[in-house]
Design a binder for this molecule. Structure first.
Ligand code: AMP
Length: 394
């Protein structure tokens, strides 16, 4: 089976053609500068081709993807018939979606109703869906939501301690994101441990970072909130912050709330503290070169991640396994070590040799560690393809 996985942004569209059973990626690529001019980067194995193609809307972008997938020189399929289904990443499913869903008129209406919760991403995701419907009207399509995995959280985890009317009237609550990644890791952990009962804290640490507390495969708590701004500090996001900081800055600098939130989303986090970069490789280099702001950014990050792990260990009444995933989680031994050093009190102990691993699934804890610690590379596209296949095959 071939599933075309689509992640549509406002001016970009990522795609992968993959086999959901084996995880093999036949081709993948990126359309950029949609609505501006249009550029397609297409990869098959090690071969890469870049083409400037006019993309006045997402429809032309999808059409360009289908064309290159069938191209005699760069293509991997003979006809669109070889694509069995399309899986779309959708950011916000609000309270309407606790699982992935086959796209029909009702599903599209519900995604539209979630636009106030995901005002930047949901409209772009819908453009990708509509473009696929226009270009491939008969192909089954599935929406996979970044929030869905977290819908099993109990009210004490998802409710904010503000007046109930905002929850009842406006759906204001913790939703959480990176759900597709957390779900993928939870499934991998079930398979690694060979059992369905386990207590897991998963650290998805990348440019965006979030943690989730998972019991027996179900999410019990997660660090992001109504939006992806909450939780640990990230590449450019502040993470959790006292709301009065917003009031203070807006009043003092005459900023609007939107301007202030833009600063908290795009200029804060690792970039804000270091003043150098949002990229952990740059921060590690800066720190090695003696830049104290880079060192502080890394320390702040590890400290906050460790605090979340500790609080989730309390929430789950202990944990069996701690996992690291995404760019930093998979490739940052120093970051993992610094986080785990804080967790020695609960018996977490890394094997320094094994912890050198980058980008591969492996247990990195010492034999006498009370908690297993693993690096598990995430694969959100595969999770989307698998959910799509499950729903389409019934
Ligand atoms: P992601 O958002 O999951 O793609 O992760 C991006 C982050 O992963 C960036 O901050 C990168 O610096 C970090 N990253 C990727 N490779 C490495 C590496 N080899 N060592 C340290 N950090 C890395």
């Amino acid at each position: 089976m071939n599933v075309l996985v689509i992640n549509a942004g406002s001016s970009s569209l990522k795609y992968q053609l993959m086999n959901p059973e084996t995880g093999d990626v036949t081709a993948k690529g990126l359309c950029e500068r949609i609505y501006i001019d249009g550029r397609l980067t297409h990869k098959v194995g090690d071969k890469k081709v870049v083409k400037d193609i006019p993309m006045p809307t997402h429809s032309e972008a999808i059409a360009a993807v289908l064309e290159i997938l069938q191209d005699p020189e760069h293509g991997v399929i003979k006809s669109v018939d070889e694509i069995d289904a399309v899986g779309h990443r959708v950011l916000h499913g609000g309270m309407k979606f606790s699982d992935s869903c086959i796209i029909d008129d009702a599903c599209i209406k519900a995604i539209e109703e979630c636009i106030p919760l995901g005002p930047l991403h949901n409209p772009a995701n819908l453009m990708g869906i509509r473009a696929c419907q226009a270009v491939m009207p008969t192909k089954p399509q599935v929406a996979v939501f970044d929030t869905a995995f977290h819908m099993t959280m109990p009210p004490k985890a998802y409710r904010y301690a503000i007046p109930t009317e905002y929850y009842e009237n406006d759906d204001i609550r913790r939703y959480g994101f990176h759900g597709t990644s957390h779900k993928y890791i939870a499934r991998r952990v079930a398979s690694i441990l060979g059992k369905k009962e386990f207590k897991l804290v998963n650290c998805h640490l990348g440019n965006g970072s979030s943690l989730s507390a998972v019991k027996d495969g179900k999410c019990m708590d997660t660090s992001m909130g109504l939006s992806p701004l909450a939780g640990v500090p990230m590449g450019t996001r502040s993470g959790d912050i006292d709301a009065c900081v917003v009031q203070f800055i807006c009043n003092k600098y005459g900023m609007s709330v939107d301007e202030c939130l833009n600063m908290l989303n795009k200029k804060s986090g690792m970039l804000g503290i270091s003043g150098v970069s949002s990229d952990f490789r740059d921060l590690e280099q800066g720190s090695a070169d003696g830049n104290e702001n880079c060192t502080l950014a890394l320390e702040k990050f590890c400290y906050e991640v460790a605090k979340y792990v500790g609080s989730y260990a309390a929430a789950l009444n202990g944990i069996d396994i701690l996992t690291f995933t995404a760019g930093v989680g998979e490739n940052g031994p120093d970051t993992r070590q610094m986080i785990c050093d804080y967790l020695a009190f609960m018996g977490v102990k890394l094997d320094p040799e094994k912890n050198k691993i980058r980008g591969k699934e492996m247990m990195i804890s010492a034999p006498d560690s009370k908690v297993q610690v693993w690096v598990v590379p995430t694969n959100e596209e595969l999770m989307i393809a698998q959910d799509t296949a499950e729903l389409v095959n019934g």
